[in-house]
Structure formats: structure tokens, C-alpha cells
Design a protein around this ligand. Structure first.
Ligand SMILES: [Zn+2]
Length: 398
């Protein structure tokens, strides 16, 4: 029997995925340092209301509130024994909202990084990571997820451990990486590497989420499409503009018009599933839906088009657009130009890891904590949003 994800894709030229979970929950009262996943038990109606708003705005796919739902992340909140309960609750909440939509809406079971570095660079074995992801995935399936949605990954090792864990359920698996470091992930992975990972693992879809901003994300989709098989289903989920520090909190500066432009360019670039990440509200999503519905698909956007419509692109992603897909030199300078050391993008030594982590300390571009969150350290995707450092002039990436 054909799965619901494949069936819906076969009917439609594109699907609209949802917007942000974390930043919208902050608007609804989540406090800095709180685990959003605990709200699946403590405030289920607030989660349901947000998901209902996304569906009402036109979302075809909603993600569960389980980005930090592995035992490793929940341990930071002394909730590591509640993986099964919290993930199942989350999927039940999303399932209920999806099923009362009056049309087909899919539930993606969100699975984010464990926050641990995997062997050989870090302490977590691939087997242990796989086990943790399987525990989460099984609960998401039990609650009614249609597909498992691995997101904001930065390393091949952890992404493949998550895929292997997700496979325990028999559900289709989507994986998206965050290309937030000059055209690469924090761990140096390029869209080219992701295309190879997709081929190796027979994913339902792969793509790019979060990261630096809509322009960089569209560039990553162009590069991913270039490197992928024609039949590959690609996912674009960009942040709502560039984060800015306003009145003690991080705000995303993307307008509805910008997100509408982004959605159409992402489609032209080759994405079949388009949504928003950090900062994307139901209102943004509604405008994206309207724009996609009236959009006639155009040619794959070139550098000048993307920059004119969405803003500047990093030198690394620009080199990739020129075809220098696998070139180490493409990762020499940070997307903002403010980072002078670290995060060079090659995988390997402990020394490089050290420099990656040092680069981490001063990068306001870091959206999702994929290791243990530290106080006063920027992290926009989830619960440490409000602890982020202010951005200085020139940090907007443009
Ligand atoms: Zn995000």
C-alpha cells in the first residue's frame, strides 16, 4: 500500500509545510530554558492551537513538538524517562488537529539532534544514538505520525543514526540539514554530501531547514537539486529573515512579502515541500500559500535573482552555485565575514572540532542547539532563544 506522504505528493505539484514551533511557542508564553516538549503534557491546547493555526493558514504538513524529544535532550530537563510519553502525546495532539482539517494534512514526527557529538569526534556511539532515536520514533508512530522528520542536522553520522533509528518504525523518513556555515553545515557537510546521503539511505525526501536566512536557503536548494537525482523530493524550510535583537528578545525580520518571494523561488529552485523555520508565523504561512497557488513555476533562480529578491549569499554557497560543490576553499570565510577562525568545514580531527566549537561561541547564526545548551549562548530554534546575544551592526549577513 502506498503511504500517505507519497500519495499526497503524487496529487500535488508542491506541499506547504508548517512554520516555526519554538519561536511561536515563545510568543505563547514559553520561557527561556523551558523544554517545549514538556508542553505536550502541561499545555497541550497551546500546541494544538498553534498547529490548528498552521493548518488554517494552508499547511499540508505539520510537525510535532518534539524537536528536543530524545532522551539526551530531555535529560537536560530531568525528563529523560518521559521520551515515550512526551513524543506520543505530541503526535496525538498533531494527529487530532490534522484529522479535523477537512482535507489531507500529514503529521511529520520531528526529530532534532541529540546535542551530543558522535564518535569518532565525540563520546556518543552511533549505536547509542540510533537507540535513542528509535525510542523517540516508535513513540511518534504510536501517536499517529505519518512520516518521521529529522531536521536541523549538521553531521552525516548523526543524521544516519537518526535514519537508522527511524527505520525501526517502518515509516518513511525525511531528513533536512542546516547549512548555516558558509554553504555548509556546522560540521562541514555540503548539499552535495546530502544528495549522496539521500541516495544511500533511500529517503522519502531531503532538504535544508533553518540556517542563515531565505537567500542562503534557496541557494542550498539550487545546489542540492543540482547534485540530486531528478526524482528526489526536496524540502525547503527557511527562517523568517535574519534574526535581530529587539527589546531583549530575538526577532526575525522577515516580512510576509519576503517569505512569499522565498516560497516561489524555493519552488523554482526545485523544492516540492516548502515551509518556514524559526520566526515563521501562521500569518507568514498564509501569504506563502497564496503566493505558491498563484505562482507559475519559473527557471531555476541564479545568484543575481536570489540576491536581488532575498538578500546576499555567503561566499561558500556562491562557490557552490558556480559548480565548486566539493571544494574545501568554499568554506574559508563565514557567511557574515565576522568569523575569522574555525568552522572551516572539513571533517576529521579533534583540533578541527575544537575550532568548530570555538566558532560556535561567537556565532549568532546558530539557530538550534545541537549539543547541551549553555547559558548566554545563542540558539534560536528552541528554548534558549531569549538568551541570545545581541547582533551587532553588519551581522545581518548582508
Ligand atoms: Zn529554525
Amino acid at each position: 500500500m502506498i503511504d500517505r506522504f507519497t500519495a499526497l505528493l503524487a496529487e500535488r505539484p508542491w506541499l506547504l509545510a508548517d512554520g516555526a514551533t519554538g519561536s511561536n511557542l515563545f510568543e505563547r508564553g514559553l520561557q527561556s530554558g523551558d523544554a517545549p516538549e514538556l508542553w505536550n503534557a502541561d499545555h497541550p491546547q497551546r500546541i494544538a492551537d498553534l498547529q490548528h493555526a498552521f493548518i488554517d493558514a494552508g499547511a499540508d504538513i505539520i510537525l510535532t513538538n518534539t524537536f528536543g524529544g530524545t532522551r539526551h535532550r530531555l535529560k537536560l530537563h530531568k525528563a529523560e524517562s518521559r521520551v515515550g510519553e512526551l513524543n506520543e502525546r505530541a503526535a496525538l495532539i498533531a494527529r487530532k488537529e490534522a484529522d479535523r482539517a477537512g482535507r489531507v494534512v500529514l503529521v511529520g514526527g520531528s526529530m532534532g539532534p541529540t546535542g551530543e557529538i558522535l564518535e569518532p569526534l565525540g563520546p556518543l556511539s552511533a549505536a547509542a544514538a540510533q537507540d535513542a532515536f528509535a525510542e523517540q520514533a516508535v513513540a511518534l508512530k504510536r501517536g499517529g505520525a505519518d512520516v518521521l522528520w529529522i531536521e536541523t542536522m549538521s553531521s552525516v553520522e548523526e543524521t544516519e543514526a537518526a535514519i537508522a533509528g527511524a527505520r525501526a518504525t517502518g515509516l518513511r523518513v525525511v531528513a533536512t540539514l542546516s547549512f548555516d556555515t558558509n554553504g555548509r553545515t556546522m560540521m562541514g557537510i555540503t548539499p552535495f554530501d546530502l544528495a549522496a546521503l539521500h541516495r544511500r539511505n533511500h529517503l522519502a525526501a531531503c532538504g535544508s531547514n533553518c540556517g542563515v536566512g531565505p537567500s542562503e536557503l534557496v541557494a542550498s536548494i539550487v545546489n542540492l537539486a543540482t547534485a540530486s537525482d531528478a526524482a528526489a523530493i526536496l524540502v525547503a524550510k527557511a527562517n523568517c529573515g535574519i534574526p535581530q535583537f529587539v527589546d531583549g528578545a530575538i526577532r526575525f525580520n522577515g516580512t510576509s512579502e519576503l517569505m512569499a518571494q522565498y516560497a516561489c523561488l524555493a519552488l523554482d529552485a526545485g523544492a516540492r515541500i516548502i515551509g518556514g523555520c524559526c520566526g515563521t508565523t501562521p500569518e507568514h504561512l498564509r501569504v506563502m500559500r497564496r503566493a505558491l497557488e498563484s505562482h507559475v513555476r519559473g527557471p531555476v533562480p541564479d545568484l543575481a535573482t536570489i540576491e536581488a529578491k532575498l538578500g546576499a549569499i555567503s561566499s561558500g554557497a556562491t562557490a557552490q552555485l558556480r559548480g565548486e560543490m566539493d571544494r574545501q576553499a568554499g568554506a574559508a570565510a563565514g557567511a557574515t565575514g565576522r568569523r575569522s577562525t574555525g568552522r572551516r568545514g572539513s571533517r576529521g580531527s579533534a583540533e578541527q572540532l575544537q575550532s568548530i566549537l570555538q566558532g560556535f561561541q561567537d556565532t549568532p547564526q546558530q539557530r538550534h542547539s545541537d549539543r547541551e545548551p549553555q547559558k548566554d549562548e545563542p540558539c534560536f530554534h528552541d528554548a534558549d532563544l531569549k538568551d541570545a546575544e545581541p547582533l551587532g551592526p553588519g551581522d545581518s549577513g548582508r
